[in-house]
Structures are given as structure tokens and as C-alpha cells.
Design a protein around this ligand. Structure first.
Ligand code: HEM
Length: 427
């Protein structure tokens, strides 16, 4: 197993700090806003105003286009908006210059174009591929190496930093096909040139964008000469179906954009969701014990965490035609905030929805999205989290939150939230 994964590289602290991450996007918020989102949902299923406006938080000036916003709060409305992608269009992501900087990515596409582009790489993310390739080739070994490193430290560690942050960036780096040693540098430049670059100058952002392109160009050149089993080779060799029935390969810029999206989407989300899951289990200790003693409950514990506290509680769309929702007329071109955090706690769908309960009967939720843009990497993410939790339970059955450490907090904002730390006593 390689060095960067287990090294004491200071960039881990720089890059994986929920508070810093939020302030780099000017989206800093403290505390758990779930109760406030629930109150809004219980007041009306849809409201005029963005989620931030309705929560009376500072609004973000991340958009190049000004629009009137509306927020959807119930499961049914958010589910509909996610599924009806031509009406509630993902092209709304183009309003954000930092998402535009990612290039031509499936996240912003709609309809047939989205289906065709997503099909190029989908085979690399299907469950059998995750079980037969991602898991044995990358995930199992990385988890073991991280736990060996943890083992060699003192009895008290911060799992948020020493496990949750390190695992996903490593897995997505290796899965793409990039050398492990380049993973942190790539992530740093990628964040600076896209979603994390709000406080940087144009020159700084451009310099980082140049580094991202340089690293990807090097990798593409190597893989064109010698394809391997990895995501970038699939992007280079698989066909893009065209509307007239013919097909072509993706060009380099399209491959770059895909890699930017996958590296961004696959690093931070899994880190934060794994920290949330671990903290939920350890702060309800009987649930940790139940899962430890019956491993069939580990998958439901992960699923329930994505329902109860999805790391990204709000996503946006732009409306392409006038629509009437629950008696409210919403004009075309409005910005629609889908408050998944509130929808996933809709009391019309779940009993006692504010409680983290892995034993509750499973009902599809929106923590990984829904419809055509449902998370491409969700099986990779679930496998990473499941491998990490199972390995921890094997090695440290008596693992518990460190009573002497400062109490961990949920931080980061309404856009991306996660734990400040998960301090534990190992034995
Ligand atoms: C716990 C971890 C994760 C969560 C909670 C999560 C959540 C989501 C959500 C909610 C969406 C839908 C966005 C929208 O509809 O606008 C999404 C899309 C996406 N996710 Fe994830 N994600 C996670 C992990 C990953 C991983 C590990 C990867 C890749 C390795 C990944 C790659 C993607 C991609 C490429 C999309 C865009 C799909 C499309 O537009 O068709 N995600 N994710």
C-alpha cells in the first residue's frame, strides 16, 4: 500500500476541515439546521424564497444569473422535481460559475444528452463492478492500511481525519487511474479552480485549473498508449452513442470534465457522510453494539444516515415552464431549491423521522438524489462506508467516543455538512 494514504501529509488537515471547506465557499454555518428545515416544511410544502432566505441566513452570491427562488420541502415535491428533469432542469447548474468551470459534465445535462453521456462510464459504477473490482482492488486494502496506521498511534484518534477523510480521496484517485501520490495535489487544485475558489483571485484559479489539466493530460496520454482497468481508460475507450445511432469516443476535454466531476463528487461527500454515520452510531451506543453483533445491520445503518442527515441537504434546479405546485403558481425560469434534508424527514412518509434508527423499515429516500441524476457513485460510496465500519467493528469492538475530547459538532452549512471530528478511544 502506498505512502500518501498513510503519511502525515499536512494537506489532509487543510483539505478535510468542514469549517474551512464551508468558508472557502462563503457558506459557513454552525450547528444542525434540521429542526429549522423541519419547521419550514411543516409550515408549507413549498415557499417563495431560497432555502437560505427562508432560514434567514446570508445569501450566497455564487450565481451569474439572478432569479426568483422557491423552495420545496416535502418528499413528494422533491421526489417529483428530481425525477422530472426536463421541467426542473439541471441546466440550472450553469448559473454557477464555479460549476461551469468543471466543463461539460453530466451533472448539468438533461434528457437524451444526459443518458448518452452517462452511459459511457456507467458500467464502471454498477454494483457487480463495485463488488468485484473497486472493493477487492482498492477499498479493502486501503481500509486495512488506514487501520494499521491508526493501530500504531495512541489509543485515542480522530476517525474523521484518520479514516473518513483519507479513504474516499484515495479510492476515487485510484479508481480514476491516477497515481496515488498525486491524489492530494490534484484535489487541492481541483477545489481551488472550481467550487472552493470563491476567495481566490482569477489568476490563482486559472493557475490551479492549469495544473488540473496538466495532470489529467499526462494521465490520458499514458492510458491512450496503454489502457488499464480504470475509470479513465473506460472514458477513453467506451463509445459515446450519438442521436443518429452512430457513436464516437469522448474527446480529451470531455474526459477531463468527467474526471473533474467524479473526483469532486467522490471525495468530500463520502468523507462527510461516513463521519456522520460513525458519530450517529457511537453517540447511540446500543446501535453501535447492535450493528457490531449483527453485521446485516451495517448497510441499513449507512442507508439510514443518508436519509436522516444527508451531507448535502439542498440541491437546485431551474424551472423550464410555468408550474402549479400545491396551489402555488411558480413561473418559468425560477430557481428551485429542493430541500432534501426536510424531505427525508417528511412525517407523511416516516414515523418519528428525526430519529436515527437503522431498524426502521426501508423506504427509498433522497440522500443520494433520485431520477436520472441519482448519484452515479452511490455503490462505491456505500461500499467504502461498509468496509470501513465492518473493519472498525472487527478490530475495535469496544470503540467509543472519547469522553475527554471536545464534543464534536455538525458544521459546514446547508450546502455541505459534516462532523468537526469523531474523537474515539480505540480499546
Ligand atoms: C455518501 C456519499 C455520496 C452522496 C451522499 C452523494 C450524493 C449525490 C447526489 C444527491 C447526487 C445528485 C445531484 C443532482 O441531482 O443534482 C449525486 C450525483 C453524482 N454523484 Fe454522488 N454522492 C456520494 C458519493 C459519490 C461518489 C463516491 C461518486 C464517484 C466516485 C459520486 C459521483 C456522482 C456523480 C458523477 C454524480 C452526477 C450524476 C449525474 O448527474 O447523472 N458520488 N451524488
Amino acid at each position: 500500500m502506498s505512502d500518501t494514504l498513510t503519511s502525515d501529509d499536512p494537506r489532509y488537515r487543510e483539505l478535510f476541515d468542514v469549517q474551512k471547506e464551508a468558508s472557502s465557499t462563503n457558506a459557513e454555518i454552525y450547528g444542525d439546521l434540521s429542526p429549522a428545515m423541519d419547521r419550514l416544511r411543516d409550515t408549507a410544502p413549498v415557499m417563495r424564497g431560497s432555502l437560505r432566505e427562508l432560514l434567514q441566513l446570508p445569501t450566497l452570491d455564487h450565481y451569474s444569473v439572478k432569479r426568483q427562488s422557491y423552495t420545496l420541502f416535502t418528499f413528494d415535491l422533491c421526489n417529483r422535481a428530481l425525477r422530472e428533469n426536463e421541467l426542473f432542469s439541471s441546466e440550472g447548474y450553469n448559473d454557477s460559475p464555479s460549476v461551469r468551470a468543471m466543463g461539460k459534465v453530466i451533472l448539468k445535462m438533461v434528457g437524451d444528452e444526459h443518458r448518452r453521456y452517462r452511459s459511457v462510464v456507467q458500467p464502471m459504477f454498477l454494483r457487480p463492478k463495485v463488488e468485484n473490482w473497486w472493493k477487492p482492488t482498492w477499498i479493502t486494502g486501503a481500509v486495512e492500511a488506514l487501520l494499521d496506521r491508526i493501530d500504531s498511534k495512541q489509543d485515542k484518534v480522530d476517525l474523521n481525519m484518520d479514516l473518513c477523510a483519507r479513504l474516499p480521496v484515495h479510492i476515487v484517485t485510484r479508481g480514476i487511474g491516477m497515481d496515488e501520490a498525486n491524489g492530494l495535489e490534484f484535489r487541492e487544485h481541483l477545489l481551488r479552480s472550481t467550487v472552493g475558489g470563491h476567495n481566490l483571485s482569477q489568476e490563482e484559479r486559472m493557475a490551479s485549473a492549469g495544473e488540473v489539466s496538466r495532470m489529467l493530460r499526462e494521465l490520458i496520454t499514458r492510458r491512450r498508449a496503454d489502457p488499464q482497468e480504470d475509470v479513465i481508460s473506460a472514458l477513453i475507450t467506451n463509445d459515446l452513442p450519438l442521436p443518429d445511432g452512430s457513436a464516437r469516443k469522448l474527446d480529451d476535454e470531455e474526459v477531463f470534465s468527467y474526471c473533474r466531476l467524479i473526483m469532486l463528487a467522490g471525495g468530500g461527500t463520502t468523507w462527510r457522510q461516513l463521519g456522520i454515520t460513525l458519530h450517529a452510531l457511537l453517540s447511540n451506543y446500543h446501535l453501535w453494539e447492535l450493528c457490531r453483533d449483527n453485521r446485516k445491520l451495517v448497510a441499513p445503518a449507512i442507508e439510514e444516515s443518508a436519509r436522516w442527515m444527508p451531507t448535502d441537504p439542498v440541491f437546485e434546479r431551474v424551472l423550464t415552464a410555468d408550474v402549479e405546485l400545491e396551489g402555488m403558481h411558480i413561473p418559468a425560469q425560477s430557481r428551485i431549491c429542493m430541500c432534501l434534508g426536510a424531505a427525508n424527514r417528511d412525517p407523511g412518509r416516516w414515523d418519528n423521522p428525526g430519529q436515527y434508527d437503522p431498524l426502521r423499515p426501508f423506504q427509498p429516500h433522497l440522500g443520494f438524489g433520485m431520477g436520472p441524476h441519482r448519484c452515479l457513485g452511490l455503490d462505491v460510496a456505500k461500499q467504502e462506508m461498509s468496509s470501513a465500519l465492518n473493519a472498525l467493528m472487527d478490530r475495535y469492538p469496544n470503540l467509543r467516543l472519547d469522553p475527554d475530547a471536545p464534543a464534536p459538532e455538525l458544521l459546514g452549512g446547508v450546502e455541505q455538512r459534516g462532523m468537526s471530528a469523531v474523537p474515539v478511544v480505540l480499546r
